[in-house]
Ligand binder design. Sequence first.
Ligand code: ADP
Ligand code: ADP
Ligand code: ZN
Length: 214
Amino acid sequence: MNIILLGPPGAGKGTQSAGLVERHGMLQLSTGDMLRAAVKAETPVGVKAKAVMDRGELVSDEIVSELIDANLAAMDAGTGAIFDGYPRTEAQAVDLDAILAKHGRTLDHVIELEVNEDALVERITGRFSCAKCGALYHDTANPPAKEGVCDSCGSTEFKRRPDDNEETVRTRMQEYRAKTAPILPGYEARSIVTRVDGMAGIEDVAAAIDGILS
Ligand code: ADP
Ligand code: ADP
Ligand code: ZN
């Protein structure tokens, strides 16, 4: 099973991917995470991408498609892939079809997390993650059970993304509307799109996604 989780910044793609990995042993392929790792390691790709990401604009199609191709190549053929934050443009959608074919995979579902845009800024500005294991949290909607301690690994160190500020979020939302939303009709024509109410609670969204995959 290979699926795309689609939705604007803050829709819950990362949160739901983590749940799918845990419940179904799938693998999350997040271009955002891959790019942040490249920035941290100061690789040539990271050095190139950093300023673009800080502005909230999209990194080049070539860079992200190469990251996806390389990561998929390293995966066990029997493990399902969750594409989180990719594809984000029509060119990337075309690339993904070619990459999947090359690795003998097919696209089973595109799951669109539908959210109210007004809620996104709050979701993004309240987002933080565990510095050690990457578990995702939110100041009010999804804090750790014990304040200051990661539920998953017990670490007491957390971090926030430099691009998770109100101004950058607006740019990211515009990029989504202008470049990413237009890829949906192509998938709709293939009858593989299902919409899920992303404003529901995290558990309810997870249940809705499981319903689609079963
Ligand atoms: P994305 O990967 O789509 O940008 P995230 O999964 O990182 O979104 O979620 C953004 C923020 O919103 C995080 O702080 C997360 O804890 C919180 N969040 C995710 N899903 C929900 C939900 N269904 N209800 C409330 N908050 C949520
Ligand atoms: P979010 O969780 O808010 O949806 P991501 O972590 O997916 O954000 O992406 C963070 C940033 O990384 C984006 O604003 C963009 O600059 C870059 N990026 C991630 N994935 C892609 C992609 N598929 N194409 C182009 N740029 C990307
Ligand atoms: Zn942790």
